[in-house]
Design a protein around this ligand. Structure first.
Ligand SMILES: *Cc1c(COP(=O)(O)O)cnc(C)c1O
Length: 418
């Protein structure tokens, strides 16, 4: 553990809070942890947030030093592909925020983290169980790349525990979980699903992008590997792509080895941006989840809306589980419009001024996309009358302004001639 650098007079000054310690969080609450984590003085110097250390080559003192080599761990200068202080600081911060994690591996995107985690676990001949409401590219990786590697993906309904239990066979090596599910927002009983996986000797990998460790402690709830798209909440400003996988000792070593075999590395510039985003993630999530709940409540009273899918909303099918297991939410939720007219939905979406049309979410700005889960559900059919899905990512704008925008867009939807 490093020391604070001396000042010109040779004084070290007051010791920094050592957020870098993975253990020993001093009993601090998450808001405090977000400020402390990943700030080792030997990596930050006098700067508050870890600076960008740009280096492919890291120099050795002499031939003997080179011959000695380096242990393959974060914090050991070796060569740029194993990262440097900026990436190590981010990985260490994420590890410190995930109870039960021994380490975190960074990837150039969330999809790379999902693929990297699954490739670390699976071998040819294995069966992978995938939740039916998984992020669509996760499905594509499972049925594409992994199938070519000899892995068989089978999809299950995360709400039907009997069918899930029955889906295990002696080749089932892993389950891919995500809760709430992408687009349709069902909350799964992750502790129960992970426990059943463990009973069958299978590894559970959780995509925890929606909740982040602030909202759901994945390893503490029984999962073996927790994956996140840092592109969303951690970045928080719609200007970087990154992913992470955190795990206890055994799986962390496998994740690291697999990522290195694939040559996965993230740039120090992006790691610094992610660290900057991380510091404000708590206040952003508190603000955007409050806004999402306000808007979801308002939408449930609108005649144009058939169904709101937001676990934070009392009365939502997943609300009880969300209350039991989660300590927070975020600004992302969905709803379904009445009727069956995609042109009406397009009028609604095109009339929105504060919600940009675009993929991704978790940024400071609000976003909207239309969706229809019908073609991407194979374990259980999506209800026929509910095809006009709309997903909102609520940003940091004023909730009243966003509601006024949605309201005028409903007016525009009612005017086909306009
Ligand atoms: C966006 C997203 C990902 C993928 O992240 P990228 O950084 O865009 O590759 C994975 N899981 C979920 C739930 C997502 O929404």
């Amino acid at each position: 553990m490093g020391r604070r650098p001396r000042d010109a007079e040779g004084n070290r000054g007051a010791p920094l809070t050592m957020g870098g310690k993975a253990a020993g969080d001093g009993g601090h609450k998450p808001a405090t942890r977000l400020v402390e984590v990943g700030r080792r003085p030997e990596w930050t110097g006098a700067a508050v947030n870890p600076p960008v250390w740009r280096a492919s080559t890291q120099l050795y003192a002499d031939s003997a030093d080179l011959a000695r080599g380096r242990p393959n761990t974060d914090g050991q200068f070796y060569y740029g592909r194993r990262g440097g202080p900026t990436q190590w600081a981010l990985a260490e911060a994420l590890t410190a925020l995930e109870p039960g994690a021994a380490g975190t591996v960074l990837y150039p995107s969330g999809v790379a983290a999902i693929a990297g985690a699954l490739m670390a676990v699976l071998r040819p001949g294995d069966v992978l169980l995938v939740t039916d409401n998984a992020y669509e590219p996760t499905r594509a990786t499972a049925t594409g790349l992994l199938r070519r590697m000899g892995v068989e993906a089978r999809f299950f309904d995360p709400l039907d525990h009997d069918a899930y239990r029955a889906a295990f066979c002696d080749r089932t090596r892993a389950v891919m979980l995500e809760s709430p599910g992408s687009l349709t927002m069902e909350v799964a009983d992750v502790p129960a699903l992970a426990r059943i996986a463990r009973e069958h000797g299978a590894v559970s990998v959780l995509d925890n992008t929606w909740a982040s460790p602030l909202g759901f402690a994945g390893l503490a709830h029984g999962c073996d590997i927790v994956v996140m798209s840092l592109t969303k909440h951690v970045g928080g400003h719609s200007d970087l792509m990154m992913g992470s996988a955190s795990a206890g000792d055994a799986w962390h070593a496998r994740l690291r080895h697999t990522a290195q075999s694939l040559g996965q590395v993230v740039s120090p510039d992006d790691a610094a941006l992610a660290l900057r985003g991380l510091r404000t993630m708590g206040v952003r999530l508190a603000q955007s989840s409050g806004t999402a709940l306000t808007i979801a409540t308002w939408l449930s009273g609108r005649p144009e809306v058939a169904r709101v899918m937001c676990p934070m909303l009392p009365g939502d099918a997943g609300h009880a589980l969300w209350q039991r297991d989660f300590t927070g939410g975020c600004g992302l939720f969905s709803f379904v419009l009445e009727g069956n007219d995609p042109a009406a939905r397009a009028r609604f979406i095109d009339a929105l001024r504060l919600f940009g049309i675009g993929y991704s979410w978790g940024g400071f700005e609000s976003l909207v996309i239309p969706f229809d889960p019908t073609p991407i559900r194979t374990a259980r059919a999506w209800p026929a009358g509910h095809r006009l899905g709309v997903r909102l990512s609520c940003g940091l704008e004023d909730a009243g302004d966003l509601i006024a925008d949605l309201s005028q867009a409903f007016d525009a939807m009612a005017r086909p001639e306009a």
